[in-house]
Design a protein around this ligand. Structure first.
Ligand SMILES: [Zn+2]
Length: 280
């Protein structure tokens, strides 16, 4: 992770930063530099947790489970290629449920809300997580690794891919619509995830996938009907930039939570349109 994973992810971050600057998808409303700095500072405790706990603890669990022959894949003893595919499918599906829980369970939403309050969406949003959410995810990841009996090396490979997918689908990079529609038959793409960051609650409560888009299809939570230029990014009740400083964001989970309403009191909404493929 230290010698391959992190340098690879850092390069990918820089490349996506360049691509979204050169080929922007949604019009940005706030200073890019300002948000980059704010998201970076907010993510520092989170990065420390990833380095000290997020991988070391689940990795220790994976090694322990392998030694004691515990967990689904350790029992099944599949050929290496089948175990690799199973790892990706099981873990990405488990993460779909984890993301769902982060929206549906009020305690978890308090923390995940911080990620969604970003008023523009780009590759720097991929780092904007409250450290409390990271602590909960260490517990979730360790449990998933134990239940599924994920091999240590596969856990590292999955984790790097998972982070790369997170950088990609948060980016504001405009891919040609034909290319993105083809990619979106398998993967979560920037337009698909953009709909998840909308201030319309029905749209936020869709597209919970990270790597593969199939889980949302399975649960009928896949939404592709909203053109990107119609999306307002953020959380309806948290739209004041001055209320979203690093200090206030760190305190946000511990404060009273506002209902999903605009300052005017209305609930943002729009008609749904049937759509089989991603809107432009
Ligand atoms: Zn979310």
């Amino acid at each position: 992770m230290d010698y391959v994973g992190r340098p690879l992810l850092a390069c990918m971050f820089l490349v996506l930063l360049l691509l979204q600057w050169r080929f922007p998808l949604r019009r940005q409303h706030f200073s890019m530099l300002h948000r980059l700095v704010r998201n970076f500072v907010l993510s520092i405790p989170g990065f420390a947790i990833v380095r000290l706990a997020m991988l070391p603890i689940p990795l220790a669990v994976a090694m322990w489970a392998q030694d004691r022959h515990l967990g689904l894949l350790n029992w099944l003893a599949l050929p290496a290629w089948a175990a690799a595919i199973s790892t990706f499918l099981l873990m990405d599906y488990a993460y779909w449920w984890w993301h769902w829980a982060n929206h549906m369970i009020p305690l978890f939403w308090r923390f995940h809300n911080v990620h969604h309050t970003d008023l523009d969406l780009d590759v720097s949003t991929a780092a904007r997580f409250h450290f409390g959410e990271m602590i909960f995810s260490v517990g979730f990841l360790s449990l998933a690794v134990l239940v599924f009996g994920i091999a240590p090396i596969m856990l590292v490979v999955f984790f790097i891919t998972f982070e790369a997918a997170t950088l990609f689908h948060h980016s504001n990079w405009r891919l040609r619509i034909g290319i993105e529609r083809a990619l979106n038959m398998i993967f979560v793409t920037p337009r698909m995830h953009g709909i998840h960051h909308s201030i319309v609650q029905r749209e936020t409560n869709s597209n919970w996938g990270t790597i593969f888009c199939w889980w949302d299809k399975l649960h009928r939570t896949l939404r592709r009907d909203v053109p990107q230029n119609e999306i307002i990014i953020g959380v309806a009740a948290y739209r004041d930039e001055h209320e979203l400083t690093v200090g206030k964001l760190l305190a946000l989970p511990f404060r009273e939570q506002h209902p999903w309403r605009l300052p005017t009191g209305e609930e943002p909404d729009r008609p749904t349109r049937p759509a089989d493929e991603l809107a432009e």
